[in-house]
Design a binder for this molecule. Structure first.
Ligand code: ATP
Ligand code: NI
Length: 330
C-alpha cells in the first residue's frame, strides 16, 4: 500500500507584497515567493537587512499596514492566510495556529502587566489548563523552556534587558503549541550559549507531536541573520534577495557540500568570519526601484547578457548560471 504524503504545514504559493506609496510609486517588498514547510521541519529564511523577510512574516499573520497589497496563496491547516478576514486571523490564527516570536519583542509585550501575568493569561486563552495553581505552573514551565529566569517573572517589560524581553516573547510564543512557529530573529541580543538553548528549544517544539487528534504536526519558519544558529537547527534554507527567494535548499547541502548554488547565497556564506570573511561587494537595490533584470547582476561575478532578464523564482535556484554541484566539488 502506498502511503499518501502528509500535506505541508505551511504552503506558500506566489506570495507577493507591495506597498503603495504617495505619487503612485510602489515598493515591491516580496515578489512571487514559493515554499513549503513540512511537519517536523524547520525552514530558515535568511538574507540581508531590508530584503523583505519580516514583511513576508507579517503577510502570513495578516499584520501588514493599510498601504500594503498582497497576491498569491499561503495555506495553513486548510485556511488561506492571505484570504482570511481579520476576525478569523485574530480569533483562530494568531497565537493558536501561528505562534509568533516578533522581531522587536519589547514592543509586543504589554507594558503595564508583569511577564507572569501575560504568560498566565496566554495559558488561559490558548490551552485547556485551568485552576490557579496549574496555570501558574504552566506559565513557569513556559518561562523555563525559554530560559527566562523564574526570579524575573514578576517584572514589567520595561524592567527587562533586550535579551530577557526576547526570552519572554519566546516563552509566550511557545505556550499555545501552535502548528506553525514563526520566529523573526529569535536569537538577536542573546549570548551564544543562550542562542543555542533557544534554537534547541524551538527545534524541540517542532519535534514534539501536537496534542490534537488528526493534526499534521508542527513546523518552524525562522527568520535569522545568525547563520550559525540556522545551521544548527534548520532542515531547509530559503535565501531572500531584494524581495525574491533566490534559493531554497536542503540545509545539509547548503551549509556543507556541495554548498549553495546561487552566487548570492555563496556570497552570504563566504562573508562569514569563520569562512572567507569576504563581504559581497556593493549594495542591494532599492525595493522601490528594482531593475528589470536580475536584481543581483550588478554585484555578481558570474554576470552574463542573460542576466538582463529576470530569472524565474519557481524552481529551487533563481539564477541563469547557478553553481553546479559537480563544478563546486571539482
Ligand atoms: N509600510 C511600509 N511602507 C513602505 N515600505 C515598507 C513598509 N514596511 C516595510 N517596507 C519596506 O519593505 C522592505 C522590507 O522590509 P523588511 O522589514 O521585511 O526587511 P527584513 O528583511 O526583515 O530586514 P531586517 O533583516 O533588517 O529585519 C524595506 O525596504 C522596507 O523599507
Ligand atoms: Ni526583519
Amino acid at each position: 500500500m502506498t502511503q499518501r504524503p502528509e500535506p505541508p504545514v505551511l504552503s506558500v504559493h506566489g506570495l507577493s507584497v507591495r506597498f503603495l506609496m504617495p505619487g503612485g510609486h510602489h515598493v515591491a517588498a516580496v515578489t512571487d515567493a514559493h515554499f513549503d514547510v513540512a511537519a517536523g521541519e524547520c525552514l530558515a529564511l535568511i538574507g540581508e537587512s531590508g530584503c523583505g523577510k519580516s514583511v513576508l512574516a507579517s503577510a502570513l499573520l495578516g499584520l501588514l499596514p493599510a498601504n500594503a497589497q498582497t497576491a498569491g496563496r499561503a495555506h495553513l491547516g486548510g485556511l488561506d492566510l492571505l484570504a482570511a478576514d481579520e476576525r478569523t486571523l485574530a480569533r483562530q490564527v494568531r497565537g493558536r495556529m501561528i505562534g509568533l516570536i516578533p522581531q522587536s519583542p519589547a514592543a509586543h509585550l504589554t507594558p503595564v502587566r508583569t511577564i507572569r501575568s501575560q504568560l498566565e493569561e496566554t495559558v488561559g486563552q490558548l490551552t485547556g489548563v485551568w485552576g490557579r495553581a496549574s496555570v501558574r505552573t504552566a506559565g513557569e514551565d513556559a518561562a523555563a523552556r525559554a530560559a527566562f529566569p523564574a526570579g524575573h517573572l514578576d517584572r514589567y517589560p520595561h524592567e527587562l534587558s533586550g535579551g530577557l524581553a526576547q526570552r519572554a516573547a519566546t516563552a509566550l510564543a511557545l505556550v499555545g503549541g501552535a502548528p506553525l512557529l514563526l520566529a523573526d530573529e529569535p536569537t538577536s541580543g542573546l549570548d551564544r550559549d543562550l542562542v543555542e538553548h533557544t534554537v534547541d528549544e524551538l527545534r524541540r517544539h517542532v519535534d514534539t507531536p501536537t496534542r490534537t487528534k488528526g493534526d499534521t504536526g508542527r513546523a518552524l519558519l525562522m527568520i535569522t541573520h545568525d547563520l550559525t544558529a540556522a545551521e544548527r537547527i534548520a532542515d531547509k534554507v530559503a535565501v531572500m534577495y531584494a524581495g525574491r527567494l533566490v534559493e531554497v535548499a536542503e540545509a545539509d547541502s547548503f551549509f556543507g557540500l556541495p554548498g549553495p548554488r546561487h552566487p548570492y547565497s555563496r556570497g552570504l556564506l563566504g562573508a562569514l568570519p569563520e569562512r572567507d570573511f569576504t563581504p559581497i561587494p556593493g549594495m542591494p537595490p532599492e525595493l522601490g526601484d528594482l531593475p528589470a533584470g536580475c536584481a543581483f547582476a550588478t554585484r555578481c561575478a558570474r554576470v552574463t547578457d542573460a542576466c538582463a532578464h529576470r530569472p524565474p523564482t519557481t524552481g529551487s535556484v533563481a539564477c541563469h548560471h547557478p553553481h553546479r554541484p559537480e563544478e563546486i566539488r571539482a
